[in-house]
Ligand binder design. Structure first.
Ligand SMILES: C[S@@+](CC[C@H](N)C(=O)[O-])C[C@H]1O[C@@H](n2cnc3c(N)ncnc32)[C@H](O)[C@@H]1O
Length: 312
């Protein structure tokens, strides 16, 4: 029997590799190794002199990456957040020499498919939600301790959920009777607490996303990684970021726009655009999946690829 559960189809693969304009002898970082789809495609473009370092928080990704590192001496792996990008690059004395970085952020299919990871509201498992289950606290532990206000803030901020307060109240009332420790238990209480339904969207979608983002410090790590990426890239080096929801995309879009505009001076200031010292240029337009990819991979539906090139 074919195991389709643990398969992860890399999203916007050709588009990303093309946009990175890979230099065969270059140095590349895949900040989200996952199952190695983007890494393998980049390695196929590199010569024997090329180097690629993968990063991931997830132990199962690290296990896959270690196997690849044994087969391919151009590749190595670090188990850490992409928020530690600069540290990894500096430890190899590569600051200012990195030719390309890819961040394909969010969760991988195996993370969603393995019930015990706690990411999916469709599969019953322990409510963990950590990308690295050996670090930090699980979603279940957080829900057991968090205040009503903290829960409301997380659900509203990271889930943009209008029923955040009702859902938080239901969580507090439920946990007074019995601890909330499984995904289906949380999904069921959110379902009951939500007064209206959207077509083709489970009412728990936003709350699960919110708790996952909070537990993994996802948006803060992303902001740090974007800054660090510009510091470590070589001139002409490129950063490609694939995001899957509007909160992430907003951060990326703003960062790319601000850095490509340069110094923040009043619009009537008497200087030319070049004199504003932009650190980057935008490479092409925003890229989304084509119809073929959408037909093959439902995860690609919300994917957005943005790319910049470092100028100075
Ligand atoms: C969408 S998957 C990447 C898939 C990969 N591009 C591929 O083709 O197989 C996202 C991966 O990023 C990892 N991840 C998420 N946030 C991370 C972070 N802050 N630092 C490092 N890895 C992270 C997840 O554990 C997951 O394996």
């Amino acid at each position: 029997m074919i195991n389709i559960q643990l398969k992860h189809l890399p999203v916007l693969l050709d588009e990303t590799v093309f946009a990175l304009a890979v230099k065969p002898d270059g140095i590349y970082i895949d900040g989200t190794f996952g199952c190695g789809g983007h890494t393998r495609a980049l390695l196929a473009k590199l010569s024997n002199k090329g180097n690629l370092v993968g990063l991931d928080k997830d132990p199962s990704s690290i296990e896959k990456a270690r196997k690849l590192a044994l087969e391919d001496s151009r590749f190595s792996i670090n188990q850490c957040s992409f928020g530690n990008l600069a540290e990894v690059v500096n430890s190899r004395l590569w600051k200012g020499q990195v030719n390309g970085i890819i961040l394909d952020i969010g969760v991988s299919s195996p993370q969603l498919d393995v019930a015990e990871r706690g990411f999916s509201f469709q599969k019953d498992g322990f409510l963990d939600m950590r990308m690295n289950p050996n670090v930090g606290i699980s979603a279940a532990e957080w829900l057991a301790r968090a205040t009503m206000d903290d829960i409301v803030t997380v659900i509203k901020t990271f889930g943009e959920e209008r029923y955040g307060r009702r859902i938080a109240r239901a969580i507090i009332e439920t946990r007074e009777i019995l601890p909330i420790v499984t995904t289906l238990q949380l999904a069921a209480l959110i379902y009951k607490a939500s007064p209206s339904r959207e077509q083709n969207k489970h009412p728990a979608t936003r709350t699960f996303q919110a708790i996952r983002i909070y537990i993994n410090n996802e948006l803060e790590d992303l902001k740090i990684a974007l800054e660090q990426a510009l510091d470590v890239l070589a001139f002409g080096g490129r950063l490609a970021v694939i995001s899957f929801h509007s909160l992430e995309d907003r951060i990326i879009k703003r960062f790319f726009r601000n850095e490509s505009r340069g110094d923040d001076l009043p619009s009537n200031f008497p200087i030319t655009i070049d004199q504003l010292n932009p650190r980057v240029r935008l490479v092409g337009r925003t890229i989304k999946s084509n119809d073929l990819e959408l037909a093959l991979n439902s995860r690609a539906r919300s994917a957005i690829l943005r790319v910049i090139e470092k100028l100075v």
